[in-house]
Design a protein around this ligand. Structure first.
Ligand SMILES: *Cc1c(COP(=O)(O)O)cnc(C)c1O
Length: 424
């Protein structure tokens, strides 16, 4: 059977994850139809149950007031703890190693406060060239804040692989070249621009061989690919929940600290009462004693209303399981690539690496005719109800997220892409 529509219909009928689509509210097109929402890499759609989770918090606040800290089904005093088991499953960690707190860039700074302790001999930080701006800005500001200069201290590894992909070996050679001047490595689990999955295990081992600490920014990896942070021996990680995880706009982010660092007493940190030893927190003593694990990096009592929607989406991830999500992601990706090649031919260049191990749930497309045409294609897609996003200078990103994308959506989106390319 070669007819793409018939194949899509058959795969959708057999899809074990098909029912999850109905657990989300997809944004509507101008015609009032659910859009083909390929933008979960930027802001995931709303799980229907998010409404109930937020309503529960509001109801508790309205009826209990301050007693809501201790009473109700999910007392606010320990509210953040309800997420840890699910987050552990998402990133491959124990519940003690993860915490939902703050937002990504804030968590990056808090973790660097502990893990970036430069000395005159070991002060360098290594990252990928062309990283997400916030990450580079955070790292450069940390370097300056410690009295060093990004010109000396920040190493940015350029992509030298096909279509601008990064090579694991380039990172490893750069780490070895920096040797014992290298303090910290910060790399993405999945690179935001080209959707490339990095080899977390190999990169972590290489960083450790030169005595450096390694952290991963998982903004585009969490909820996208299965992760094994504990087993891969990663030192720390941070991520946001509003992309693939559908935790809501500006959702509270996440952080991971490996078990072996979680009870260290020699690690300095920026402290606040919510990171204090839980059993004695409310004795209100003046001195800080960190609670063990990632929880000990918290500062403040968390924004409960911003945490609430996360309960709805994490329940969905727990039911679906990352392995099944990843399997369907591969199938959607193969189908999309086949149809793009068939329908768009040489007019579209796919920047995301093609091999299954190196690509996440994202297709970064460049319109070969140039940026202006690309921009118009992107806008036409949107007008046709296919929602992706645009990354300067010239990339259209489409993310067929398996929890709410059907094979027929991929079929339709690639039709629209071909049609959008027709006019100049
Ligand atoms: C989305 C994203 C961020 C966003 O940072 P916030 O602090 O959540 O605003 C940071 N880094 C990367 C790599 C991202 O993809």
């Amino acid at each position: 059977m070669t007819n793409p529509i018939a194949r899509a219909a058959q795969w959708d009928a057999q899809d074990p994850l098909a029912a999850f689509r109905d657990r989300f509210l997809l944004p509507l097109t101008q015609q009032g139809e659910p859009a083909i929402y390929l933008c979960g890499n930027s802001l995931g759609p709303m799980p229907k149950a998010a409404q109930d989770e937020v309503a529960e918090v509001l109801a508790s606040w309205s009826t209990r007031g301050v007693r809501g800290h201790h009473e109700g089904e999910h007392p606010w005093l320990v509210y953040h703890e309800r997420f840890a088991p699910s987050l552990g499953r998402l990133v491959g960690a124990s519940a003690q190693e993860v915490v939902a707190m703050n937002t990504l860039t804030v968590n990056l700074h808090l973790l660097l406060a502990s893990f970036y302790r430069p000395t005159d001999s070991r002060f360098r930080i290594l990252m990928e060239a062309g990283a997400f701006p916030s990450d580079r800005q955070a790292l450069a500001s940390q370097i300056e804040w410690h009295g060093y200069s990004p010109a000396d201290a920040l190493i940015e590894v350029a992509p030298t692989g096909p279509k601008g992909a990064w090579k694991t070996d380039d990172f490893i050679v750069a780490m070895e070249t920096a040797g014992d001047t290298l303090a910290v490595v910060l790399l993405p689990g999945v690179q935001y621009r080209n959707g490339q999955v990095l080899d977390i295990a190999a990169l972590t081992a290489a960083a450790h061989r030169v005595g450096a600490t390694i952290g991963f920014d998982l903004a585009h990896a969490v909820g996208n690919i299965p992760l094994q942070l504990h087993a891969h021996d990663v030192d720390f990680a941070m991520w946001c929940h509003y992309k693939y995880v559908s935790g809501g706009p500006g959702a509270v982010g996440g952080a991971f600290v490996h078990e072996r660092h979680g009870t260290r007493t020699d690690l300095p940190r920026l402290a606040g009462w919510w990171g204090h030893e839980r059993s004695s927190r409310f004795q209100m003593g003046p001195n800080f004693q960190p609670t063990p694990g990632a929880d000990g990096w918290q500062l403040s009592n968390p924004p409960i209303l911003s945490l609430a929607p996360l309960a709805a989406s994490l329940a969905i991830f727990d039911e679906a399981g990352m392995d099944r999500i990843r399997e369907k992601s591969h199938a959607l990706d193969r189908f999309a690539r086949e149809l793009i090649a068939l329908r768009c031919g040489e007019r579209i260049d796919i920047l995301t690496p093609i091999d299954a191990g190196s690509r996440g749930c994202q297709l970064s497309l460049r319109v070969v005719a140039g940026r202006e045409h690309g921009r118009r294609v992107f806008e036409r897609l949107e007008a046709m109800g296919v929602i992706g996003d645009w990354r300067e200078p010239d990339v259209i990103r489409l993310a067929p997220m398996p929890l709410y994308t059907r094979f027929i959506d991929v079929e339709r989106a690639t039709q629209c892409l071909a049609q959008a390319l027709e006019s100049p």
